[in-house]
Design a protein around this ligand. Structure first.
Ligand code: ADP
Length: 458
């Protein structure tokens, strides 16, 4: 690539230089030609006026020849040289294109190469007017060597060549530095892509600057870290799922093993089968959790501005008939509209889950079961509390309840006498709130009740 750029630069320089040189030479020749034509016309006019005085005519030709650094011949109508400022051709008859043109009444000029040297020939006719008649009596031929002009041009060409070479070296060096500056980060980037595709997730490239390539490197690093954390989460996920699956499978296997060892009475079979049934339910719960969380991974929120109090009221209205049936009273305390950006149906799902839990885990001995839903708009956030006077949660279980915790499900649900659940509701709640960048926390004491608090930043 760099070689191609260099060749283009060299070619451009050469063409440019050649054009300038040619134009300059043409211009210089034109100037000389104009000057010599002027001299020739003056010589012709002066000769015509002093034809009879051959001595002063010769003197005049000599002096113009010196002035213009050229050879001047005066030729009569038959082609005989009458005056030559170098004296060598006097008396000789000459014939060439310029002389014929001049004697034919036309001015003309040509460049010839003689003994390897360029010579400019120009000729003008000498005319004489007698009364009305004008006749040609001869011609002025001027020959001027172009060697000094060519020498000038040669020197200029050498100067230009030196400048061009220096400019070329500088521009090639600049192009090389520039090309390297552009391709170096791209090379590093492609090395990074190769590392990433070979499985080195999380590999990052040192950021060079704030330009487009710097931004590209930043995006690459972000992507690499994201891939790394996805991979890490996947491993943790698979690890914990296999762990969770292994527990019920080991129990089922142990139960079946002990049934196979000896002939147990039907009552023992029934007892063991119940346990096996319990374990399969646990596995069913796990699979349900898996499919739900995979679906949640893909959700795209439909974010719009809503009044959170209106959503709370909607959710309460929906849950009220069920709550009444279960003997639980839902109370609502919220003031004025509190506008938030959220996916309305997902947030309703969150509220259904939390209110449903408060109803589900009510204390059966409590005569006055209630769920209090309250929203408070503070300076830079809104708080939503869902409080109940139900069974409460063991403080050891609290850290796990948002994790899709099957162990919580084991201990709590079995204690609460057959309340069905898979231990995934709160995991879904957390997931949806995380996607909104909202937080959830819980305070609870066994036998007293629980308060779930959602914090919405505004
Ligand atoms: P599920 O209700 O399907 O079991 P959740 O994820 O909704 O699953 O809840 C996880 C666990 O947290 C429940 O099994 C229960 O032990 C406990 N829990 C949640 N909400 C409450 C509540 N309001 N009162 C008492 N315990 C609760």
């Amino acid at each position: 690539m760099f070689i191609a750029y260099s060749l283009i630069i060299i070619l451009a320089f050469s063409i440019f230089g050649l054009l300038i040189m040619n134009n300059y030479k043409d211009m210089r020749i034109k100037n000389v030609r104009v000057r010599l034509f002027q001299t020739a016309n003056i010589v012709a006019d002066t000769y015509k006026a002093n034809m009879e005085d051959i001595v002063s005519a010769k003197f005049m030709v000599k002096s113009y020849g010196q002035q213009s650094d050229s050879r001047i011949l005066i030729i009569d109508i038959d082609g005989n040289v009458l005056i030559d400022n170098h004296n060598t051709f006097v008396g000789q008859t000459l014939d060439n294109h310029e002389i014929r043109e001049g004697l034919g009444g036309r001015s003309s000029s040509s460049i010839y190469t003689m003994n390897g040297e360029e010579v400019l020939h120009i000729s003008v006719p000498i005319t004489k007017t007698d009364g009305l008649e004008t006749r040609i009596i001869g011609a002025v031929l001027i020959s001027s060597s172009m060697s000094s002009l060519n020498q000038d041009i040669g020197e200029l060409r050498d100067g230009m060549f030196k400048i061009a070479i220096s400019a070329l070296i500088v521009s090639l060096a600049l192009a090389a530095i520039l090309a390297n500056r552009i391709t170096e980060p791209l090379r590093i980037l492609s090395h990074g892509v190769a590392r990433l595709s070979s499985g080195d997730l999380g590999f990052s490239i040192e950021k060079g600057g704030e330009d487009e390539i710097g931004q590209l490197i930043q995006s690459f690093n972000d992507m690499s870290h994201k891939l790394h954390s996805i991979e890490h989460n996947r491993k943790v996920f698979i690890n914990s799922i296999s762990h969770e699956l292994r527990t019920p499978l080991t129990s089922i296997r142990a139960l079946i093993d002990s049934l196979l060892i000896d002939d147990s009475p039907p009552s023992v079979y029934r007892e063991y089968m119940k346990d096996i049934y319990g374990e399969t339910e646990r596995m069913e719960g796990l699979v349900h959790y898996l499919t739900t969380s995979i679906k949640l991974e893909d959700i795209v929120l439909d974010l719009k501005t809503h009044d959170i109090n209106e959503i709370l009221q909607d959710a309460i209205d929906f849950m009220n008939p069920y709550a009444k049936k279960m003997g639980v009273e839902i109370q609502f305390a919220g003031t004025g509209p509190s506008m938030v950006e959220c996916d309305r149906s997902r947030i309703k799902e969150v509220l259904f889950n939390l209110i449903d839990n408060s109803i589900k885990y009510r204390d059966a001995r409590e005569t006055n079961s209630y769920v209090l839903v309250e929203s408070k708009a503070l300076e830079d956030h809104i708080l939503i509390d869902i409080e109940d006077n139900g069974l409460g949660i063991d403080k050891d279980d609290i850290p796990n309840i948002f994790e899709g915790g099957f162990r919580v499900l084991d201990r709590t649900i079995l204690k609460t006498n057959g309340v069905k659940g898979y231990g995934i509701g709160l995991a879904i709640v957390k997931n949806i709130l995380d996607k909104h960048n909202w937080a959830i926390s819980v305070e609870s004491s066994l036998g007293l009740g629980s308060r779930f608090t959602i914090t919405i930043p505004i």
